[in-house]
Every structure is written in C-alpha cells, then in structure tokens.
Design a protein around this ligand. Structure first.
Ligand SMILES: Cc1cc2nc3c(=O)[nH]c(=O)nc-3n(C[C@H](O)[C@H](O)[C@H](O)COP(=O)(O)OP(=O)(O)OC[C@H]3O[C@@H](n4cnc5c(N)ncnc54)[C@H](O)[C@@H]3O)c2cc1C
Length: 387
C-alpha cells in the first residue's frame, strides 16, 4: 500500500469500508442494473441517514456547521475507499460542500451558504462557456447603479436543472469615467431571476445531468458578488483545486476496484479448462494494471499530504494527481474490460458503468491538456511546485 496513513485516518478509511460493505452494498443490490432507471428517493435518503450515523456525512463540511472539516489526506482516504466500492449510491454519502461559497459572510452566508449546508438549497457551478458559437463573447456584466446586468451563456452546468442558484464566472466591464471596478468575478445568480433561462438540458455518458444557461441582462445586486471584482479566477479555481483532488481520489479508488475484480476473474476456470490467470499473457496485462494503480495511488497520497502541508501552494501537484489518476484509470478500466471479455460491455455490467465514468473524469475539473499547459506554465513562468 502506498498510503502509510496515520492511525486516525486509517480508522476513518476502515469505517468507510465498513459503511460500504455492510450498510450500502445491500441497498445497492436493490437498484435496477439498468442505468436509465432513476435511483428511488427513499434509497437515497437511507444512504444519507446511514452516512450520518457512520460519521461520514459531515467530513467535507466546515466545523461551524457541525461538520468535521477533515483535511485533504483524510478526505482523500475516505473518498478513495468509497470509490473502491464502486457504488452508484456513493453520490449521496457526503453532505453538501460549501465550494466557492466557503468564505462568504453576511447576507450571502445567510441566504445561500447556510441553506446549502442545511440541505435546503442547491447550487450549481457555471464556469464553462459554450463552444461552437462564432465570435462568442464570454459572459459579461455592466454596472447599473448598485446592480450588475449580466448577459451571456454558460454550458455544462452540472445539476443546473434542479439548482436554486448558480455561482457564475463573469467579466465585469469597465466604462469610461466610472469608478466602478472591472475584471473577472464570481457571482451568485438565482435560477428564478427573470433574466435567466435554461436553454437546454442534456446528459453525459457517466449519467450526469447538465444545462446550458443564457443570461439576458439579468439584474443581480452587487452584494451577490463572491469576494471582490477582479478575484474571479482565484475564487473559481480555489473550488476547482478541491474538486480535482476529489476526482483523482475517485479514479484511484475505481482503479483499485477494477484490479480487485480482475483478481477474481484470474482465479476462474476459463472455457478452455485452464485457470484464466495461469496464462502468461494475462499475467503481463494484469501486472500492468497493478503497476498503474500503485503508481496512481502513490501520486494521489503524496499530493494530498502536500495540500495539508501547503494548501494552495500545492496547486501544481494537485493538477498532476488529477491528470495522472484519471488517465491511469482510463488505461486500467479499458484493459480490465479486455480481460473480463465482451460480457463487460453489456449494459448493467459494473465495468460497463466504470468505462463510462472514467472517460468523463478527464474533463470534469479541467481537461487533461489544459492542466498539462498549466503545469508547464507553473514551472516555466512561476518556478512553482515540486513537480
Ligand atoms: C461530466 C462533466 C461535468 C462537468 N461539469 C461542469 C460544471 O459543473 N460546471 C462547468 O462550468 N463546467 C463543467 N464541465 C465542463 C468542463 O469543465 C469542460 O468540458 C472542460 O473544461 C473543457 O472545456 P470544453 O468542453 O469547452 O472543451 P475545450 O476547451 O474546447 O477543449 C477541448 C480540447 O481542446 C484542447 N484544447 C483546448 N484549449 C486548448 C489550449 N489552450 N491549448 C491546447 N489544447 C487545447 C484540449 O485537448 C481539450 O481537451 C463538465 C464537463 C463534464 C464532461
């Protein structure tokens, strides 16, 4: 094991393993294997209750809201253990994450952050601009008194169809003679705002639901700004760094799950009467899966430790972990499908689901190539990080 966890974090990871095996697996087995059949609300609710009872629900939440605000290493360990269970129900295990609202105060805290953490409101993160529109102008805002009038479009807003509000990256334009600040900013926009329209709703292959939004001079008061105008990118990216480590942990856990599945396959008697894992060709491929998983987990745990040590100072290492763990998981799941045989591609087979999940992970939280460019930039232009 590459993780060498301190005993308190190992205990948390073991408790997550027990929650998965004893409490969640039996619920998972009640679900339809057909990915198009929605998970019943009562089962999702049971997962939340069991996660609360096991002390997992609040691990990602701030202490002031009764959460445990576990550090990066602890969160990584429990997320990986959960992912190694490969449950569709995993999405209901952790309580809402404050995300980009983490540091807000005053009315934003009262009206958005607190209800989010209590589970009374849902938010969605609107960062990505749609592609394929000629001369597209990124979502912008102009000042009108103490309000901002926001126009433009955002796409791939996950959970946007059921969200109560969106946290949106905008560009606030300056005007001649005005003392109002200009530059990138993050802002909260209510879904019910008269200037907001859901243009389309679509689903991606891992099962996520997303919307494309349009803003037509949506009037939003200035107190909805998260931080200052000009801080848009660092505010948005602060959340993304956290998400990237979580994606990396999820994909390392998924790799572990797949290799363990192939262990079982290797012990089976193949139709030619030989034990499947006795063939040298199978063993070579199997060893590659173990190597990839071990290497991904090593990068993951090293990066999580650096985050606990240096916070934002580990931004480059987190990008490496995200790229490496998602790409290694892509290789592992692809090869696991090959070893498992055609049955692994039948809809409802757990490897078929893993195959869909792993592909999306190379986009969520930043496409691999974009992260590569940022890693190079961090090193060459800022001499940052230990990568
Ligand atoms: C499942 C899923 C969930 C998502 N959830 C959200 C969400 O909640 N909120 C949100 O805002 N977004 C979300 N996204 C969007 C995601 O962040 C984007 O897909 C991602 O940032 C890439 O942007 P893009 O799709 O516009 O592709 P593009 O930016 O067009 O990039 C496509 C490809 O072009 C290449 N490329 C692009 N730019 C460069 C460059 N400068 N140099 C070299 N190569 C380049 C890369 O290979 C890249 O992979 C989600 C995406 C997925 C798949």
């Amino acid at each position: 094991m590459p993780d060498f966890l301190p005993s308190d974090i190992q205990l948390l990871s073991d408790q997550m393993g027990m929650l998965v095996a004893e409490q969640l697996r039996p619920l998972e087995e009640e679900l339809s294997p057909d990915p198009r059949v929605a998970i019943p609300d009562e089962i999702a609710q049971l997962v939340r209750q069991r996660s609360h009872a096991a002390g997992m629900w609040s691990l990602t939440q701030p202490v002031e809201f009764g959460g445990k605000a576990a550090g990066a290493l602890a969160q990584t360990a429990v997320r990986e253990t959960l992912a190694a269970g490969h449950l569709r129900l995993a999405r209901y295990v952790f309580g809402p994450d404050p995300g980009v609202l983490a540091s807000v105060v005053g009315d934003l805290k009262e009206q958005y952050l607190n209800p989010l953490l209590r589970g009374e409101k849902r938010g969605a993160f609107a960062f990505t601009e749609p592609s394929g529109i000629a001369e597209h102008k990124p979502t912008w805002a102009i000042w009108d008194g103490d309000d901002l009038l926001i126009s433009g479009r955002k796409s791939f807003v996950t959970g946007g169809g059921t969200a109560d509000y969106y946290t949106v990256l905008i560009n606030v334009e300056g005007s001649e003679g005005s003392s109002r600040p200009s530059g990138p900013a993050m802002i909260v926009i209510d879904r019910a705002n008269a200037g907001v329209k859901i243009e389309s709703e679509f689903h991606s292959l891992e099962g996520g639901s997303h919307v494309e939004l349009s803003f037509d001079a949506a009037r939003v008061p200035a107190w909805h700004l998260i931080g200052e105008v000009g801080e848009g990118m660092p505010r948005a990216l602060g959340n993304i760094g956290h998400e990237r480590l979580a994606v990396a942990a999820g994909m390392a856990g998924l790799s572990l799950w797949a290799v363990n599945l192939i262990d079982d396959r290797a012990k089976e008697i193949h139709r030619n009467g030989q034990r499947f894992g006795d063939r040298e060709g199978v063993r070579l491929r199997y060893a590659d899966l173990r190597i990839a998983t071990y290497a991904a987990r090593s990068v993951l745990y090293r990066s999580a430790r650096l985050v606990d040590d240096r916070g934002d100072g580990a931004i480059n290492e987190v990008m490496v972990a995200k790229v490496f763990c998602t790409e290694q998981a892509g290789f592992v799941i692809d090869q696991a499908v090959q070893l498992a045989g055609g049955g692994a591609l039948v809809v409802g087979h757990p490897l078929e689901r893993a195959y869909r999940e792993v592909r999306s992970s190379r986009f969520t939280g930043g496409a691999s190539d974009i992260l590569r460019l940022n890693i190079a930039r961090g090193r060459l232009e800022f001499d940052a990080g230990q990568v």
